[in-house]
Write a new protein. Structure first.
Length: 93
């Protein structure tokens, strides 16, 4: 992955970050888990959310572990039912 590594290094320089502060495996593993367990577009969005949480002081590994746990159980969760019973649904009156 020399192209990816070159990109990461260049992006770090551009953003004033240290390359050593970026845990590539942690982020890619989280993105994979979200893409497979939730939805593909959720992967980059979740990586961004992780970055925000880390920027606010959350330990990266702890936050990523929590998000991975959520993603792994996401498809097994009970879907929410829209509105209380007896309430009209679109088109019903």
């Amino acid at each position: 992955m020399p192209v990816l590594e070159d990109w990461i290094k260049a992006a770090c320089v551009e953003l004033g970050l240290e390359r050593g502060d970026i845990d590539q495996s942690l982020i890619l593993d989280l993105a994979r888990d979200v893409a497979h367990g939730v939805a593909r577009p959720g992967a980059p969005l979740t990586a961004y959310l992780l970055g925000l949480a880390v920027g606010r002081g959350a330990p990266a590994r702890d936050a990523a572990a929590r998000l991975t746990e959520m993603a792994e159980g996401w498809r097994d969760r009970t879907p929410e039912v829209p509105g209380p019973a007896g309430e009209p649904v679109l088109g019903e009156a």
